[in-house]
Design a protein around this ligand. Structure first.
Ligand code: NAI
Length: 484
């Protein structure tokens, strides 16, 4: 006999578990099916463990490089116990995943640990060690996420060739790492491993790191710092294959038609992720899937099949946890009969490199593509901010892009300390259709990194206080405050 529910969520990542909680809050009899771990990739082998390792790397680096300047007498070699670091990282993940379990329980969501397969658009079977269960639900929310892409010549075994999962679980220092793909994951992991003493080489097929996904001025700051710290970055370089040699792994790459061989102890494969739409029997029930493997959805995240919704990585870019959570809430509310649709103006994005890059809204190139040809752009450097100086973290800037005609903020791009935390103000500004003046005239507390946002707005208007800008003239188009 099938167990019946109003809502069945498949996949307990940041999309799925959030959807399940909201559905239950709204009075729906809800279950969630998860094959591996509550919290999904993000909490267990993605966002959270990587941030734990990045924190540790930052800490280690600052002890060695910044603390002595502040007067601390630090021994030349600080020992790092990798096994202990792993244990700590795991404890962070366990806390977060345990928290999800408690929240689900507290909201009376039934959790089924097992592999879900759709046997019809209304019925799934859940296979676990204990046996197979059948579930019948009026509504399904598919939130089964994505997995790393593999490329020919590099079979992933999580030993020689690792994905982020293998890299995050390393309990020994790696001497030489070749990272294939200079995107989000490759740079986040490559950066912290470099801090732990690994010689890192990044092989990127495109013309630049984070190509097309981040503001090029921001990327330049990070690229410069990577170079300074000894990370080798090869752009326009395609990874072809590898073999085991006498002295470790030999990775063959193609740079402008010429072959080169890089020596490595491990290879990290980070060339993107693909949606898991080829799993869970999704193809057998007639679900519409696009040519890139994303489930086709409308603004309410409805698929072509009545009562089936899809959220998160499986239904399209950007593949970001917070976008999935937003969709999770939305879909649960749609199922409960509320008038909701996805209409976010921006999905802020953060790349946890050093310094962090965060953005909300449009890149300059995207503004132009959308017909905003007359832009005003202002930048304010962290080097001119008291809090940043007192933190010894002065690299980077806040950059604001606005429509010159209306002064409406179109994009904000930050590279620098706590960019990840600063960007939320930018997201709010863009959602609310703020003008640059709104940011400039909002009193920001002193001394904080947040003042850079206000000053970048002032710089966009041509009159920031803490940097030298050309004298204001009444005639200058961007030089004066609006009178109304
Ligand atoms: P990515 O799409 O960010 O970058 C992949 C890079 O690999 C591209 O620059 C591409 O040009 C390059 N590439 C592809 N084939 C190659 C080859 N044969 N040789 C050399 N380079 C090659 O993919 P990544 O880093 O795997 O991340 C996947 C997704 O995960 C991201 O798009 C992001 O949405 C999400 N993510 C988000 C994070 C965050 O929010 N902080 C952190 C990590 C991942």
């Amino acid at each position: 006999m099938a167990e019946k529910f109003d809502v069945c969520v498949v996949g307990a990542g940041p999309g799925g578990y959030v959807a399940a909680i909201r559905a239950a809050q709204l009075g729906k009899k809800t279950c969630i099916v998860e094959r591996e771990f509550l919290g999904g990739v993000c909490l267990n082998v993605g966002c959270i463990p990587s941030k734990a390792m990045i924190t540790a790397g930052h800490f280690y680096h600052r002890m060695q490089h910044d603390a002595p300047e502040m007067g601390f007498d630090i021994p030349k070699s600080i020992k790092l116990d990798f096994k202990k670091l792993q244990e700590w990282k795991q404890s962070v993940c366990n806390k977060m995943s345990g928290g999800v379990a408690q929240l689900l329980k507290g909201n009376s969501v039934t959790v089924f640990m097992g592999e879900a397969t759709f046997t019809s658009p209304k019925v799934i079977s859940v296979k676990s060690k204990e046996g197979t269960k059948t579930i019948e639900a009026a509504n399904y929310i598919i939130a089964t996420g994505s997995r790393p892409i593999e490329i020919p010549g590099f079979a992933v075994d999580e030993k020689d060739v690792m994905t982020s999962t293998g890299a995050l679980a390393l309990d020994k220092k790696v001497d030489r790492l070749v990272v294939i793909g200079g995107g989000y994951i490759g740079l986040e992991i490559g950066s912290y491993m470099q801090k732990f003493g690994t010689q890192v080489t990044v092989v990127e097929a495109g013309p630049a790191l984070l190509n097309g996904v981040a503001d090029p001025d921001c990327v330049q700051v990070v690229a410069r710092k990577l170079k300074k710290s000894g990370v080798e970055v090869l752009t326009g370089a395609k990874a072809k294959g590898f073999k085991k040699g006498k002295d470790g792994l030999e990775v063959t790459i193609d740079v402008g038609g010429k072959e080169q061989v890089l020596k490595a102890d491990k290879i990290l494969m980070t060339v993107g992720r693909k949606p898991n739409s080829d799993q869970s029997g999704l193809k057998n029930i007639g679900l519409a899937i696009d040519e890139r493997g994303f489930i086709k959805v409308n603004a309410q995240r409805k698929t072509n099949l009545p009562g089936i919704y899809a959220i998160g990585d499986i239904c399209g870019q950007p593949m970001l946890a917070h976008k999935a959570s937003h969709e999770g809430v939305l879909v649960a509310e749609v199922i409960a009969g509320q008038n909701r649709a996805y209409d976010a103006k921006t999905v802020p994005a953060v790349i946890f490199v050093d310094p962090e890059i965060a953005s909300a809204g449009l890149l300059e190139s995207e503004c132009k593509a959308k017909g905003f040809n007359d832009l005003k752009i202002g930048k304010f450097p962290f080097a001119a901010n008291g809090r940043a100086v007192s933190m010894m973290e002065t690299e980077g800037f806040v950059k604001i892009i606005a429509d010159a005609k209306t002064s409406v903020v179109l994009g904000i791009h930050i590279v620098g300390p706590e960019a990840s935390n600063l960007i939320s103000e930018a997201a709010l500004a863009i959602e609310m259709g703020a003008r640059v003046e709104d940011l400039a005239l909002t009193i920001h507390p002193h001394p904080t990194l947040g003042e850079t946002m206000m000053e970048a707005a002032e710089a966009t208007l041509g009159h920031a206080i803490h940097i030298i800008q050309k004298p204001l003239t009444r005639a200058s188009s961007n030089g004066h405050r609006p009178t109304a």
